[in-house]
Design a protein around this ligand. Structure first.
Ligand code: UDP
Length: 329
């Protein structure tokens, strides 16, 4: 039987590259697409020699042409950190809105099933914790995160419209904080920031008093959840994330212990609109997909730390550390 063909946008990114690996290992023909604005070609270099992998360097905000049949499309192209939203706000808006529209059109033309990567950011700074899919969110459209949050909310809306109006097969995953090897180093996210600081022998910069919470999911667990969602029948959004919630201060302490650094925590200004709490309610993923995370934070952080240690020193030196004056501008 001919291989099923899947287009993965954001293929050179953190999640996109892991998804390429997964679908290659399931014997799909994988077409990766990325404009490399935040993606890194090194994440998928190992796939270039395979006959069932191809790569297009293309910006999906512009018309997307892919020759031949497509069975599935996974739309994972987007800048995905507060620093990136500040640096490239217009591209962030365009890839979530125009990019999604182009890909929905492509999915329709090819009669492909399309899964979009949405985010816990659709909940904004949530007033309920944990967040179930029914919660509509608390988003500031004109704050620094607005370009991402609103693009993702629009993305969900247009995806549902293509489903209800055109009968397109669609799936929506709401992704919570995820970590693991191949995370982008220079986007100011908390895990690369802390591990980079620990390896370089700098103090760890906690923003605010560190009482804000996040819930970190190991990438392999996330990929498994997405894989199951794609092949399920469920068209409404599904949270995929690890419900183990931790304050950022405790998280810094865990990184200090893991790395054995003698550095301490220093406190910096809290960025504007930084959500105070975040934890997925994964009741739906459990019941619909039979999915729940398997990798504990201790195991996942150990693997991730080994990965960071294996990177060349000049990359570690370049991990961006933001002092949040600039962030708030
Ligand atoms: N954070 C921090 N120090 C850093 C980078 C981030 O304390 O060097 C905090 C940040 O303010 C937020 C949390 O860590 O409360 C997670 O930040 P990240 O940018 O990783 O993701 P998001 O806020 O989008 O969940």
């Amino acid at each position: 039987m001919a291989r099923k063909r899947i287009l993965i946008t954001g293929a050179a990114g953190f999640l996109g590259s892991h998804l390429c690996d997964r679908f290659i290992s399931e014997d799909f023909h994988v077409i990766g697409m990325d404009n490399l604005i935040t993606g890194d070609i090194r994440n998928i270099e190992h796939l270039f020699k395979l006959e069932n992998f191809e790569f297009y360097n293309h910006d999906v905000s512009k018309f997307v042409h892919v020759p031949g049949q497509l069975d599935y499309i996974l739309h994972f192209a987007s800048p995905a950190s507060p620093i990136d939203y500040l640096k490239i706000p217009i591209q962030t808006l365009k890839v979530g809105s125009l990019g999604t529209h182009n890909l929905l059109g492509l999915a329709r033309a090819k009669k492909a099933r399309m899964l979009i990567a949405s985010t816990s950011e659709v909940y904004g700074d949530p007033s309920v914790n944990p967040q179930p899919e029914e919660y509509w969110g608390n988003v500031n459209p004109v704050g620094p995160r607005g370009v991402y949050d609103e693009a993702k909310r629009f993305q969900e809306a247009i995806t549902m419209a293509y489903h209800t109006f055109h009968g397109l097969e669609t799936r929506i995953v709401r992704i919570f904080n995820t970590y693991g090897p191949r995370m982008r180093l220079n986007d100011g996210r908390v895990l690369p920031a802390f591990i980079g600081q620990a390896i370089r022998g700098e103090d760890l910069t906690v923003f605010g008093d560190g009482s804000q919470t996040r819930s970190f999911c190991y990438v392999d667990d996330l990929v498994e959840g997405i894989y199951r969602l794609l092949f399920s029948d469920y068209v409404y959004p599904v949270n995929i994330g690890n419900p183990s919630e931790i304050t950022i201060r405790e998280f810094a302490e865990e990184i200090i212990k893991l790395t054995g650094t003698t550095q301490k925590i220093v406190y910096k200004e809290l960025p504007t609109d930084d959500p105070k709490q975040r934890r997925p309610d994964i009741t739906k993923a459990r019941s619909i997909l039979g999915w729940e995370p398997k990798v504990s934070r201790a195991e996942g952080l150990k693997i991730t730390y080994e990965y960071f240690k294996s990177l060349p020193k000049d990359l570690i030196d370049k991990i961006e550390h933001k002092d949040f004056k600039s962030y708030n501008k």
